[in-house]
Design a protein around this ligand. Sequence first.
Ligand code: PMP
Length: 428
Amino acid sequence: MATNAELFERASRSIPGGVNSPVRAFRSVGGTPRFIARAVGPYVWDAEGKRYIDYVGSWGPAILGHAHPDVVRAVQEAAVHGLSFGAPTEAEIELAELLIQRLPSMEQVRLVSSGTEATMTAIRLARGATGRKKIIKFEGCYHGHADSLLVKAGSGLLTFGNPTSAGVPAEFVEHTLVLDYNDLDGVGAAFEEYGEDIACIIVEPVAGNMNLVKPRAGFLEGLRELCTRHGALLIFDEVMTGFRVGPQGVQGLTGIKPDLTTLAKVIGGGMPVGAFGGSADVMRHIAPLGGVYQAGTLSGNPVAVAAGLATMRLIAAPGFYEHLTAQTRKLAEGLQSRARAAGLAFSADAIGGMFGMYFSAHVPASLAEVSAADVNAFKHFFHAMLDRGVHFAPSAFEAGFVSATHDDAVIEETLDAAEAVFKDMKQV
Ligand code: PMP
């Protein structure tokens, strides 16, 4: 049996950094990534056979816990009938109808294979539909890795301390205006200066790529109002929050209607599915109806769609979000109270099945505040918890995810481990 270290060494010879997505490499926390051999419910097992309680949840999709039997069965049944056709299927209609039914802001939706494709195309569509060039994004928000969105972005870029990617010519991002999250005055000023040129605002309506940062009261309402007044489109990037914070995403919690919504993660149930949608009036600009091009060999893939459909049906069960929210809150409140009892400056926050934890006295409201937290304390906590069999995201700039299978016993086991670690940390 190969160890994690042996696998990492071997992986690093054939794969850059040994991983196929940067944050997996543990670069900001140091040490060896765990190579996962299997996962069930709230647990993952690494190549050495060690079990962990998992709060990465595949970075969001695993809302039902890993390998839910109904989802696995749906995938197996779909696979038997063929893996990919490059022609339309009835299951795609069913998934589209389900999404439209759950998100009232959507009249039409196009399925893609990742969040990156969804956001990249939503931006193109906003520009195509308005005939304008400029876009507004916020510092610390991550919207996938399309060139024009890789400016002062979050997630892996923050983890590596380099929020703007090399390889993106300045000319490619000259129309991307980057503003501070939760700073409505800044957005107002941008519209004063560039109003007629601004095609859209793209925002994580609850940010999860600079740790968890919630919108201040009035922020999202203000974005809606400014977009409407200036003829720009409001894009809610709900790739992470969609069906994660509640049954209708952040738009359901706030009642704010974006012009376009991007989705991925939960809607694919662990398989590659993304989506973007909005009013029929905006969506008519997409090919083959309109001139804004978008396509995908594997878009609406039948096996992926089967996983998504099975997941979407299961999360519609009565009480699903009440339970998920309660479990997540128990975790966040339990972490905070135990850390503070140990005398540490620590805060935690939660919304639906998403949580943030910060080695700082207050819950942050911007990237600057998140960045001021104690990163070394996080590293210590992360590794000590990993040793005790609890796998959090390996970065202080990521949100955490709870699944419906994180029952009281799992949360208690986590909190017991955290209590011991917090007490040790205070003595260091
Ligand atoms: N938008 C948001 C808000 C995300 O969290 C992510 C991924 N973490 C993306 C877009 C990109 O999605 P993907 O990794 O599926 O391309």
